[in-house]
Design a protein around this ligand. Sequence first.
Ligand SMILES: [Zn+2]
Length: 410
Amino acid sequence: MRYAIEGGTIVTPDDILRNKKIIVNNDVIEDITENAAGVDYTLKLEDSSLIFPGLINAHDHLLGTYYPRIGFGPYLNWLPWDNDLKECPLYEERSAISNFDLYLLGSYRNIVSGVTTVSDHIPHSVNAPFIDKLPMRVLWDYGMQHECVSFDLRWGGSMSDEHKYALDNDLPFLTHIEEGYDEEATLGIEILQEMKVLDDHSVLVHGISLSKQDITAIAKAKANVVWCPTSNYFMFKDTTNIRELLKQNVNVSLGTDSPMSGGMNLLEEMQFAVNLYWQLYKEKLDYKTLVQMVTTHPAKAFRQKKLGKIEVGYTADFTILKNGNPSDPYESLIQSWLENIRLVISGGVPLYGVAGDKDFFGKFEKEYQILKISGEDRLLIGQPENLYERIWENVKFKKVLPFLPVDIYE
Ligand SMILES: [Zn+2]
C-alpha cells in the first residue's frame, strides 16, 4: 500500500520539518514532500502531532518482563541481584507464564511506549523460536556475551568467536560491561582490549565502574555504550560516568533493561535520565541528544542502516505523539507518557493507535483488538486481550502490569 501521512511536525530527529507529507510505500519512506497526489490513503494528523522515527530500546531482557522490581541493593555486582531475583516468590509467579507469553508481554510493553525496535540481550537459542512471531521488531542477529567475568551466565560462545561472528557479518557484538565494583568487573575494558574485541562493533551495556581512562579507550576504539540509568540506580545507587562519555563523543544509546530492575518503559527511562543527570551534575542533559539516544545512536550501534531516522529510503517506522508542542518537540517526547502516544507504525504497518484511526488500521490485513488503556480505547496489534487472559489463568489472579495498563473488564 502507498499512503501519505499529512499534518503535524516531523522530527527526523536531527532536523525539524513543517508542512511536509511523508509518503510510505509498503515498508519504506518513499518521499517527504509537499505533494501527495495519487496515494491510496491519506492519514490526517492534528497540527499538534509530532512524528518521530520509531524509537529503539537499546537494552531489554524480554524474558524478564514482569513487575514489580526486585532487589535489596546497593549491590557489589549483578550476581547477588540475580540470586535475590531467582529466590523471590515473584520469580515463581513469573515462571508460571510461558516464555513466549513473556516475550509477547515484553513486546507490548515496548510498543505502547512508542518503541518499534528492541535489543533483547539473550543467546539466540532462547529468542530465535519467538522473534518471527512477535508483533514488533526484535534485533535477531548479533554476536554476544553475557559479561566478560569468570562468573558470567555463559551466554553465547567464546568471546573471540562471538566477536569474530559479529565482524564477519557486519553485526554488533553485545556484552554487559563493568556492572559492579569488584576487581574483575572494574577490569572489563582491559579484558576486552587484551582479547582484541574492543572496536566499533562493540556495544557495551551499563559500565557502572568505567574509569576516565576506560572511557578514553572506548572513544578511541569507537565502541558504543548503552546507558540504563534506572536499572543502575535501582541496583547500585549509581550509574556510568555519562557526562564523560558524552564529553568524549562516545555513541551512547538508552535502554530500559528488564522491568524487574529497570524503567517501566523507554518514556520513563528518558525522564529518569534527565532527572538523574541533573542530580549528579547540576546540569541539564541536552534533550535533542537524549532523543538521538533512542533513535540515531542505537541504529548506528546496532548497524541498522535503515532505522532511526525519517529520511527517504529508510524503513517506515514512526512514533507519533499527540498534543505535543511543535516549538519544542524534543522536550515534548521526553515529557510524554502513555496517553501521549497517538500512533506507532513499524515497517509501514500500524501496531498501536487510537480507536478513531480504525479506518486506517482496516487497510492492513492484520488482527487488532480494542483495549481500554489508561482509560482510552486503543487499537493494538495481535491478541493482547487473550494474552492477559492466559496470564491471569496462569498466575491465578487478575494481575495487571503497569507498563500495559489495561482497564480490567469482567
Ligand atoms: Zn541487561
